[in-house]
Write a protein that binds this ligand. Structure first.
Ligand code: SF4
Ligand code: SF4
Length: 362
């Protein structure tokens, strides 16, 4: 299914987006609202993701926040949160092999009589070989209890060179798409250069770029440069769902402004937001639906995130090598890592590299 997109198409003035904008198709409804379960509130917009034919809600539930890298929610609590979002019309769930959240998704979508077809799942892996990516896709299918992962992406790509280095993984994903194990192929990135390179790769259907109004976390350019690359990619027919609208927590002081800015970009089909509490879900739903969150809700969700390093750190340096933002270095004085808060996007990825389990995002 081809979805025409023209430069500047759609509304740039509404935080909640406007039906009739490029690719806007329909909406889901029900469930959790600012006023609590069962309240009446506007519908959540859906769009077709580029030329994939996959219809997704403008709001995508990012699961990094609920899993072992961040909030470490009990399985039932995390699954309940995902279900509440789905009940509220969010049909798009983002995960990654690294996040360790497949079980939450499995729990959320199984055994409740909800048609699996209603929920679009995106996952990704760092694997770069044909066989490695085959195993990654099979793990995702088995762990989530699904027979198709809607979108499977190459994780954290940087440039045309990195994409070239993953061509065997890409070849597997193309075979998996033909076999019906995935519906679309993508690349996630913090780099402007990668967005531009991925736009030229015919087998890549979807790009998951880092987009926020301050450009926080963009590795090689400004917010304006990223947006220009994203718009060109969307014009080339790629589906776009963005990440880190809140700069990994740095823009939490003005959630409405930061999310509203991304939602006003017509070239961004969907926006992934990390959610770990019911209040955050309610706050985000209000913003995506163009409603004003009440002051109590705004206050309860105004909480800055930070990366904490526990005292039992051995100074091994694994976390420093893992951080692609250059936000960690070993202090010559203490022999322990120090965090450059200007560079850190509080993603928690370094935590997965720590053999001592002494890093956490709070
Ligand atoms: S220091 Fe850790 S949390 Fe911060 S950007 Fe690097 S990997 Fe992410
Ligand atoms: S990986 Fe863990 S133990 Fe090693 S330096 Fe980093 S925080 Fe310390």
């Amino acid at each position: 299914m081809s979805v025409p997109y023209e430069r500047g198409a759609g509304s740039a003035g509404s935080a909640g987006g406007v039906a009739g904008a490029a690719g806007a198709v329909s909406a889901g409804r029900g469930g959790v609202g600012a006023g609590g379960a069962g309240s009446q509130h506007p519908v959540l917009e859906r769009r077709v993701l580029g030329t994939t034919g996959i219809t997704v809600s403008r709001m995508c539930f990012g699961t990094l926040t609920i899993g072992p890298i961040q909030a470490k929610l009990p399985l039932g609590e995390g699954a309940t949160l995902i279900r509440a979002a789905v009940d509220a019309g969010v049909n798009f769930i983002d995960t990654a092999e690294l996040y360790g959240t497949y079980e939450y998704i499995r729990e959320a979508i199984s055994g409740r009589g909800r048609a699996r077809d209603d929920v679009v799942i995106a996952s990704r892996s760092y694997d770069y070989t044909y066989e490695g990516m085959r195993r990654a896709v099979e793990r995702a299918l088995g762990s989530m209890g699904v027979d198709c992962v809607d979108i499977f992406l190459l994780h954290e790509q940087e440039s045309a060179l990195t994409l070239k280095g993953h061509q065997e993984a890409l070849r597997y994903l193309a075979d998996a798409r033909r076999a019906g194990k995935v519906r679309a192929i993508g690349a996630s990135t913090h780099h402007v250069a990668c967005v531009r390179a991925a736009a030229l790769v015919p087998d890549i259907d979807v790009i998951h770029p880092l987009v926020n109004r301050s450009g926080i976390g963009i590795a090689d350019g400004t917010a304006a440069e990223m947006l220009a690359a994203v718009e060109d990619a969307r014009l080339a027919g790629k589906g776009i769902y963005s990440m880190k609208a809140l700069g990994g927590g740095a823009l939490l002081d003005d959630v409405e402004g930061a999310l509203g800015w991304v939602l006003a970009q017509p070239c961004v089909d969907s926006v992934a937001v990390g959610i770990k509490t019911l209040d955050e879900l309610r706050m985000d739903l209000a913003i995506f639906e163009g409603r004003r969150p009440d002051d109590g809700l705004r206050e309860r969700t105004r909480q800055n995130k930070a990366l904490i390093i526990e005292p039992w750190c051995t100074g091994c340096g694994s976390c420093v090598a893992r951080c692609t933002h250059g936000a960690l270095k070993i202090s010559p004085r203490t022999k322990r890592p120090v965090v450059d808060t200007a560079r850190c996007v509080v993603c928690g990825y370094c935590q997965a590299a720590c053999p001592e389990f002494c890093m956490k995002v709070v």
